[in-house]
Design a binder for this molecule. Structure first.
Ligand SMILES: [Zn+2]
Length: 132
């Protein structure tokens, strides 16, 4: 079964790829990915802001049995990373021994191939954290 929705990939490109967030012009809250309505104040006007691709691991898990699109990568680390400014995102942490990941570990986000979907023919790119 296809795990990627090509329409969604196209819609979220390019803001996800460029780490482009939206800052609410009313209250200053930063949302990533961008939203139509501010989750804090329900404002609807936003300014684009570029996120700094550096942060730290807040929490993580090690995936030993992954989806078929990631079967050659197991075990791999999936983490919640907090970027400077407080934006949090979930991403894979690569180039690291899963046993060595720890809370507060500094990571840098790099643009990499995330998965390939044979049925839909979509290759998804995105960010992975790597030890900084
Ligand atoms: Zn707001």
């Amino acid at each position: 079964m296809s795990t990627l929705n090509p329409a969604r990939v196209a819609r979220e490109f390019p803001s996800r790829y460029r780490l482009e967030a939206a800052r609410c012009e009313k209250c200053g809250a930063v949302a990533f990915p961008a939203r139509l309505v501010c989750p804090s104040c329900h404002g609807r006007k936003f300014a684009k802001v570029a996120l700094v691709p550096e942060g730290k691991v807040l929490t993580w898990t090690v995936i030993h049995v992954g989806p078929s699109s990631h079967k050659y990568e197991v075990p791999y680390v999936l983490a919640v990373v907090e970027l400077a400014g407080g934006v949090r995102l979930t991403c894979q942490v690569a180039d690291v021994d899963p046993a060595k990941v720890e809370a507060g570990m500094k990571v840098r986000l790099e643009f990499r191939r995330i998965q390939e979907d044979g049925e839909a023919g979509v290759i998804a790119y995105g960010h992975k954290g790597v030890p900084a």
